[in-house]
Write a protein that binds this ligand. Sequence first.
Ligand SMILES: NC(=O)c1ccc[n+]([C@@H]2O[C@H](COP(=O)([O-])OP(=O)(O)OC[C@H]3O[C@@H](n4cnc5c(N)ncnc54)[C@H](O)[C@@H]3O)[C@@H](O)[C@H]2O)c1
Length: 381
Amino acid sequence: MDRVRMGVIGVGGMGSGHCNMMGKIPEVVLTAVCDVDAPTLQAVSERHGVPGFDRHEALLDSGLVDAVLIATPHYFHAPIALDAFRRGIHVLSEKPLAVTVSAADQMVAAARESGRVFGVMFQMRAEPASVAARRIVEEGRLGEIYRTQLVMGWYRSQAYYDSGGWRATWSGEGGGVLINQAPHALDLFTWLGGLPCRVTGQVRTRLHDIEVEDEAFAFLEYANGAHGYLYVSTTEVPGVQRIELCGDRGKLVLVDGQLAFHEVEGSIRAFTVENTEMWASPKAHAVDVALPERGELRDHAVITRNFARAILYGEPLIAPGEEGLRAMELINGIILSGKTGEPVSLPVDRVAYDRLIAQLQASSRGKTRVREQRVTDPHYV
Ligand SMILES: NC(=O)c1ccc[n+]([C@@H]2O[C@H](COP(=O)([O-])OP(=O)(O)OC[C@H]3O[C@@H](n4cnc5c(N)ncnc54)[C@H](O)[C@@H]3O)[C@@H](O)[C@H]2O)c1
């Protein structure tokens, strides 16, 4: 095999963008598409000249694909991935991995059992500043981390929420900003700073006419005694994504793809014990961090190419599927804490979250107003 035959399941806004991207990747060929919406399926299937299927099982059984990219609404990621792994087909899932940690666990277990490649579309990991930040952490240049912060505001309009019957409902989406916009930031934040052991969160709906949260806040506690703060919303303008990690030997600030790193000369802890001058303070200097070169490909194409190369040549994945669980822990943990008013220990209690999501689904009002649009985010066109 010199090219991976790829099927895309769910060819709405993001999935149709993925179909357009496939032609730019030498290791991949788009061979089939699937969507439950007939006009959408017909348009994408004709545009790319590939067979279209209205059920994912039919695509998986067609013999036309080695791998699938799943870009349906989130609730379908897990069942479709399980069906694919059962048939020995490799899976690249859109974010979030699933709606619940328990469903995500099943995806990870099925991938292991099948021995197939399992990736998740966390394209921000491939950004040069993210790669450089991760290297700083891996080299231990922050020292022991004592404080973290994540602030993410990615504005969304009411028209965005009205654009699909599944969006912003407990029954169709399983959450709001935490499960849809925040996963990229939550993934980077935990990829760099690790997973807290306890979260105390609040969720609320401030600006939009939706039943799920458009704002979430959380106080984070880590096993080493560090603490952190997290805020995510779709209500803020101008948008921002700010990650701050403070350690005994350095401070890293990653804001909208720009990286700043300050190295402490020595250790704050050691200086505090050893220094004898009343007004002295440890010195820190800004480090000029060299960023890796960007290749010709950007964003999703980098992750998709890497996924294909993992299948063809065993290249290590940039975003392995099982690592998608970390963002899931925070998403479910903060919602569980917000709804119960209690701190939540991580890993999240699977049974407790399954019970909560079942209650939220049962209480879902559904949508009274849908003005359907399936448009790819212009950032990714
Ligand atoms: N990585 C990113 O940057 C990024 C950006 C946008 C969306 N996404 C993810 O992509 C997924 C889809 O989001 P979207 O904005 O494209 O939504 P969308 O509503 O525009 O498209 C979803 C498509 O899936 C189809 N579909 C629904 N159920 C299906 C099923 N069971 N089988 C086959 N097709 C089915 C729908 O008919 C629709 O065409 C979400 O999980 C979202 O989080 C990721």
